[in-house]
Design a protein around this ligand. Structure first.
Ligand code: ADP
Ligand code: MG
Length: 443
């Protein structure tokens, strides 16, 4: 027999949940449930089958529990039981339809995984070991440990490689994965709206256990897409889908992404990949060379490993050029020739600026005092000099916003970012300012 209080509480909870989650989720998992008994601070809820009971218990519990507590204004445990065939609750037709729809899905958002990008071809060193181990753990236990996993690095340091590695490893373990760039995600989302097929779009994502989203920085400035992305993110997260996100910017600098998305990202694990140090560069070079089957004198490998490369992509570029030369010219590759051929990929010709160089450059150009730039003086010309300095420091040195703030009289990370944003905006609006920055950048 159904206890009236239980029935009423549950009805109210259902009403509230309907507002919080998407219609297909509601209709698939909640519509045919019923409040059975309320006793000893436990609300027993009947479900049409074990599948639904498990889903509610294992994956949707936090949301349902939180809603129930709020409505009952007290701590209430929830118990889900299967009420069996004779009950009034039958698996909904909707649920069956959704399953059918899945099979006939019109979307094929699977971008192919590159089979060269695997865990075994990823060279692990100090600069990337945290990201590597987190990615490996996620592929072994999707949705369990680090969810979401957020991988950040500058371009060309292995994020996409790791995302593909997770995808391939998960597929081998029969957990289906889906790899999308956030641009691709946006395009698909928009076309699903145009074609009235948003639920197919969502179902297609739902079919995967591991969702890999590359280049999230693309969402910056696209408010509507962000909003939709946030809801999709929550939806997938609720279903315990493993989400892995890669970005060219750290979360803290995705400042134009909605706060809600930022805090969601921060709730998982954030790992970064740094530029490879000498040993890792040498190991990468040897590993890539081995794959090509070419022999290059070890002294040349050592020389290359010592060079400053902006990315691993540039290391690959240099190596490709050297092997192409060896192949075409059939001449032995000398160290001098190697230096010459690889110079375009290394930053040896580029002057590396120190913070002091930049400060004196700006001070001289604007005819102000270096110490004033570092001070808290808010006079217009000084504030302008400071903004220019911050802009240049962020582009011409390896300093991040925190270091820049420290150099400039202990300003905070967020102040630096704010000033940097103002500078970027000003460059678009003020032609003279734009010229000053460009001139100083090319100094
Ligand atoms: P990102 O996505 O960070 O811009 P990619 O994953 O596209 O960088 O990496 C650029 C290139 O460098 C790819 O060809 C990739 O295979 C290679 N690469 C990056 N990191 C490693 C690594 N640790 N070991 C081997 N190859 C790597
Ligand atoms: Mg990439």
């Amino acid at each position: 027999m159904t206890d009236l209080t239980a029935k009423n509480i549950w009805q109210t909870v259902l009403g509230d949940l309907q507002i919080q989650i998407t219609r297909p989720t509601y209709e698939t998992w909640l519509k045919d449930t019923i409040g059975l008994e309320s006793k000893d601070n436990t609300l027993t809820v009947g479900t049409p089958n074990i599948f639904v009971a498990e889903m509610l218990q294992n994956r949707m519990y936090p949301l349902i529990s939180e809603t129930t507590q709020r409505i009952a204004s007290t701590n209430i445990d929830l118990k889900f039981v299967v009420v069996g065939k004779n009950s009034t609750t039958k698996p909904s037709r909707q649920a069956k339809n959704i399953k059918k729809e899945n099979k006939e899905n019109v979307f094929t958002p699977l971008l192919p995984l590159n089979d060269r990008y695997t865990f075994s071809s990823f060279v692990v060193g100090e600069s990337n070991e945290l990201a590597y181990h987190a990615a490996l753990a996620v592929s072994e236990n999707p949705g369990v440990l680090y969810n979401p996993l957020f991988i950040y690095s500058e371009v060309g340091l292995g994020k996409t490689h790791l995302l593909h590695s997770i995808g391939t490893a998960s597929n081998i373990k029969k957990a289906s994965s889906l790899y999308l760039t956030s641009e691709e995600y946006t395009n698909q989302f928009i076309s699903s709206i145009k074609n009235g097929k948003t639920s197919e779009f969502r179902d297609n994502l739902r079919k995967s256990d591991v969702i890999l989203i590359d280049d999230i920085q693309f969402l910056i400035g696209k408010e509507q897409t962000q909003e939709a992305f946030f809801h999709m993110f929550n939806y997938l997260h609720l279903l315990n889908k493993q989400i892995v996100i890669a970005s060219d910017r750290p979360v803290s600098e995705l400042h134009q992404l909605e706060k809600r998305i930022q805090s969601r990202l921060k709730s998982g694990l954030i790992v970064d990949i740094k530029k490879p140090e000498l040993e890792t560069k040498a190991a990468i070079l040897s590993s890539k060379l081995e794959a090509t089957g070419f022999y290059i004198n070890p002294s040349i490998i050592s020389f290359l490993a010592e060079q400053k490369f902006k990315s691993i992509r540039d290391i690959e570029g240099a190596l490709t050029r050297l092997t192409a030369y060896a192949k075409i010219s059939k001449k032995e590759l000398t160290l001098d020739k190697a230096r010459d051929l690889s110079s375009e990929f290394t930053s040896q010709t580029k002057k590396i600026f120190s913070a002091e160089d930049i400060l004196s450059l700006v001070a001289k150009h604007l005819k102000i005092d270096e110490s004033e730039i570092e001070s808290t003086n808010r006079a217009k010309s000084i504030a302008l000099g400071r903004m220019i300095t911050i802009h240049l420091l962020s582009e011409k040195t390896n300093l991040g916003p925190t270091d820049i703030g420290r150099k400039l009289g202990g300003r905070s990370h967020s102040t630096v970012i704010k000033i940097l944003n103002n500078s970027i905006k000003k460059m678009q609006e003020d032609i003279n300012y734009n010229k000053t920055i460009s001139t100083l950048l090319s100094a």
